[in-house]
Design a protein around this ligand. Structure first.
Ligand SMILES: *Cc1c(COP(=O)(O)O)cnc(C)c1O
Length: 366
């Protein structure tokens, strides 16, 4: 063993790494395909591409990329504060909302503490807990949905964070808004709730919980949002938290000086006004979900009704089915790391992509 391994903190070598959906280029290279023929429905990206307004803003910002970004994210902060009716000091920006999840770990977690999350919640919560040597108490879901009562009962004196993705990834389910109100109201004073709303823009406005209301009313909540999904900017890496000013101030202490790049700031600011694009994305998503549901029913495949831009479907042997789909130029996601070896998760694509996926699936299952 060399010094490289020997002098490292022992627990680091035991951490697991996040397994992302496979990139198109990698699969194409491995299987000898033209990358243009491969479709990726594995990471819940926006099949429409980036918001056109964001694309134009990126082009315009490109010549200024020799300059460091605005470390304070001034213009985007102002615009988002106005849009959400919160103070500018109640917003925090990150290199994707994933970075903010890790920074929350930095602020709240250490050895001897724990987080509470659903067994089938976004896997990053568990990885971040391990990163700070905290335990993760995993609560079984009920009907693929967060079981808030059991999550509440799972809280111990050592619990610091409770993670609720709503809609949840990989199940696509949402919690009942009244049940969420009761859950937030019932939190003991040593626990903070992280409401991860990565897919919230895809939900009809009247069905969304008043999550920002929790922040306005002084509840111990961090609301996480992202430009990766509805706005089609996953590659740029930009997300944000809405929280009490003292929470935002804690996050500033643990971030790096320029954690949000300049092109991402410009693109996000432009995307924010692109209501037409978000509306189009929502329509594509709803149409795609309806189409997939219909096809799954015809095939007799059980699936979990989704409020996000992906769906969990029970094909049996998820890993093998994903490998076989890949040989037919479709990348979907096995979900055995989430304890669902019989299922796959497929992202809603364009009408054409969805049809290619269904046709490939039929051949794979035949
Ligand atoms: C996609 C996703 C995110 C977004 O991550 P970014 O780092 O903002 O790209 C966050 N949480 C969940 C549950 C997700 O599925």
């Amino acid at each position: 063993m060399t010094a490289i391994t020997k002098s490292a903190k022992p627990y680091v070598a035991r951490l697991s790494t996040y397994q992302p959906g496979r990139p198109i280029e990698e699969v194409a290279r491995e299987l000898g395909f033209d990358p243009n023929e491969v479709i990726k429905l594995a990471s819940n990206e926006n099949a429409l591409g980036p918001s056109p307004r964001a694309l134009e803003a990126m082009r315009q910002s490109a010549p200024k990329m020799h300059l460091y970004p605005d470390g304070d994210t001034f213009y985007l902060r102002q615009a988002l504060a106005k849009k959400n009716g919160v103070k500018e000091g109640q917003l925090f920006f990150g290199h994707g909302s994933n970075e903010i999840i890790a920074l929350l770990g930095h602020v709240y977690l250490e050895k001897g503490t724990n987080v509470v999350a659903s067994q089938t919640a976004f896997v990053v919560y568990k990885l971040v807990a391990a990163l700070y040597e905290a335990d993760c108490i995993e609560v079984p879901m009920r009907n693929f949905t967060h079981d808030l009562d059991t999550m509440r009962e799972a809280i111990t004196p050592q619990t610091r964070l409770v993670f609720i993705a709503n809609p949840n990834n990989p199940t696509g389910t949402v919690v009942d808004n009244a049940a969420l109100d009761r859950f937030i109201a019932s939190l003991p004073p040593h626990v903070v709730c992280v409401l991860d709303e990565a897919y919230i823009e895809l939900m009809p406005p009247e069905k969304r919980p008043d999550s920002i209301g929790y922040v306005r009313n002084g509840k111990p909540v961090y609301v996480l949002r992202t430009f990766s999904k509805a706005y089609g900017l996953a590659g740029l890496r930009i997300g944000y938290a809405i929280a009490a000013e003292d929470g935002v101030s804690l996050l500033h202490r643990v971030r790096q000086p320029f954690n949000v790049n300049a092109m991402a700031q410009a693109a996000a600011l432009a995307a924010l006004d692109d209501d037409a694009f978000v509306t189009k994305t929502r329509k594509m998503t709803l149409d795609g979900l309806a189409y997939l549901a219909g096809e799954f029913k015809k095939l007799g495949l059980p699936f979990v009704p989704s409020s996000a831009n992906f769906v969990l479907v029970k094909t049996g042997k998820g890993r093998e089915v994903c490998a076989a789909l890949q040989r037919r130029k479709v990348i979907a996601r096995p979900v055995d790391p989430y304890g669902l070896p019989e299922y796959i998760r497929v992202t809603v694509g364009t009408t054409a992509e969805n049809a290619v996926f269904i046709s490939a699936l039929k051949k794979v299952l035949a």
